[in-house]
Design a protein around this ligand. Sequence first.
Ligand code: 5GP
Length: 211
Amino acid sequence: MNNTPLQFRRTGILFVISAPSGAGKTTLCTALRQKPDFVWSVSCTTRSPRSGEVDGEDYHFLSPEDFASRLANGEFLEHAEVHGNHYGTLKAPVLENLRNGIDVLLDIDTRGAANIRACGDPLILRALADVFLLPPDLEELRRRLLRRGTETEDQVEIRMRNAAREMECWRDYRYTILNGSMEENIDKFRAIMRAERYLTRRMTAVSPTTA
Ligand code: 5GP
């Protein structure tokens, strides 16, 4: 009988989180990023930076022309127009991390998540673990957006209309977290991360000599 202890190697996990604007997703992601056992995917956007946002850390802030030329070059894994601006995930860093067994976290809207589900790339589909953060009700969202004060009243209305549409998509996600306190949300998200890391279908047994 072979007595060599088993070792495993696995490909990375593509954690995707979506939630309507104001549901607490940015706060959750910021908290998760304090203990980063994954790579945060920095999206490209044509929207202007908010105060305190850093280019290359929060987003790659691009001109509409630059975004369009990257899109034409096929640089995006997914992209969508959200609240009147363009957003997109760069494909190359995501694929490189997943191939190297490094987990990646993406904060994208529901259409971006749908694009990823439809992408047909076996590495991406095997890697995908999508999570929807569901706010208890729309009025609470409006209050949060107004309190945040980073959008004009018109922008808040656009975000509210989009929120109603986005909330209908929760069933498309593998996991749903009903928004609770920040600590509860972090706990639940970390529990999902832990379980996904033991998923058999992403593992390959390797002999210690090649591990
Ligand atoms: P915000 O402008 O508030 O940072 O983000 C607005 C929305 O755009 C959020 O729902 C966020 O998840 C989404 N978003 C951010 N980056 C991307 C991306 O790369 N792709 C897509 N599809 N949505 C994104």
